[in-house]
Design a protein around this ligand. Structure first.
Ligand code: HMG
Ligand code: MG
Length: 318
């Protein structure tokens, strides 16, 4: 059997938008730099598998993330397909925005932190200084007609500071959204969140006027909680979920961060619930198997392992 039975559950959305972060969050954390042609091919395969929104790369100083130093070249290789509103790139500052706008990109993301320690490590700034850095990025991007996402990292815990109070997270989220971002993505950078915590944060955001139609969730799967946290968020009204094909991912500046929720694990669960995503699971699994060959190690995704293993077994018997 290669597909789950479809049995809907009430209280969940009919459709979910998957915001694919594999080419950015996934490849930024690889030890080796993946050749730019392979990155372009990865993105083309993801789009062909039905992923409408694909975050392609970052415009940050090469010394900060050498793995994505080829962003200009990658956009050139992708051509028109890199320019649409559903091909966001990370830009931390005005220099990053200038580089993105010069190339004709129309969708960007700034990325803040709920904690001071991670703001310092990831952005070389305090939380307040990083918000000051983002303010002209968001306003100039909006003036240029671009779509803007605002990430907040360490929403559920921080490896240096430990517990992060919900009120502190909501405060940073509110300040970031006040700059004019179109969408907020809640990052569980080190994967420590659990469903009650997710619900508590979403309720608090809603209480402060940040409705679920503007919120996306971004769970890393370090402790195996990403899918149950995602289901909790869907039941609370969230309809945009970040995921990474093959379960790649992590942040080089966040101690103990591992891969994101695997897109295949998410699609399997949503298929079983009869929730539309537009994604062809078999094609996606083939893409992960291909990418794992490029990276020289197997995908950590359970669904990739099960489906790729089943295909091999069936092939062997046939
Ligand atoms: P800084 O070193 O303080 O920057 O870094 P600066 O303004 O002092 O500039 C230093 C040099 O970099 C200068 O060049 C600038 O021109 C240049 P020099 O004069 O030395 O020759 N520069 C740039 N070059 C190219 N593109 C740029 C750029 N900006 C400056 N955009 C900075 C501050 C914010 C730039 C740095 O800390 C940074 O880029 N950090 C980003 C690190 C990163 O990408 N982390 C991973 C992404 S976040 C993540 O993964 C979490 C997420 O997935 C959600 C979650 O899971 O929680 C989103
Ligand atoms: Mg991340």
């Amino acid at each position: 059997m290669s597909l789950p039975s479809t049995v809907p559950l009430s209280g969940l959305p009919d459709r979910v938008t998957i915001y694919e972060v594999g080419p950015r969050d996934g490849l930024q954390n690889e030890k080796a730099v993946v050749p730019v042609e392979t990155k372009a091919e990865f993105i083309r395969r993801l789009v062909a598998a039905g992923l409408g929104t694909v975050e392609t790369t970052s415009f940050v100083p090469p010394k900060w993330i050498p793995q994505l130093a080829d962003s200009t070249e990658l956009v050139g290789l992708l051509g028109e397909d890199a320019l649409g509103p559903r091909r966001p790139v990370l830009v931390p500052n005005e220099k990053g925005l200038d580089r993105a706008l010069e190339l004709g990109l129309t969708s960007v993301a700034v990325f803040g932190s709920a904690t001071e320690t991670f703001a310092r490590k990831n952005l070389n700034r305090t939380v307040a200084e990083s918000l000051e850095m983002f303010a002209p990025v968001v306003s100039r991007a909006k003036e240029a007609g671009a779509w803007v996402r605002g990430y907040v990292s360490m929403c559920f815990g921080d490896p240096w500071e430990g517990e992060v109070p919900v009120a502190q997270v909501v405060d940073v989220c509110g300040r970031l959204m006040d700059l004019g971002c179109d969408q907020l993505s809640l990052g569980d950078t080190i994967g420590v969140g659990t469903p009650g915590h997710v619900l508590s944060l979403l309720d608090s955001l809603d209480g402060k006027g940040i409705g679920m139609e503007r919120v996306a969730v971004h769970f890393h799967d370090t402790y195996g909680q990403a899918l149950s946290n995602t289901m909790t968020a869907l039941a609370r009204g969230v309809t945009v979920v970040d995921a990474s094909t093959g379960g790649l991912g992590g942040c080089p500046y966040a101690k103990s961060a591992t891969g994101n929720l695997a897109t295949e694990d998410l699609v399997w669960a949503l298929n079983g619930l009869g929730i539309e995503t537009g994604v062809d699971l078999d094609q996606l699994v083939s893409t992960s198997v291909w990418m794992a060959q490029q990276l020289g190690r197997p995908s950590p995704s359970r669904v990739v392992k099960a489906l790729a293993g089943a295909a091999t077994t069936a092939g062997g018997q046939g």
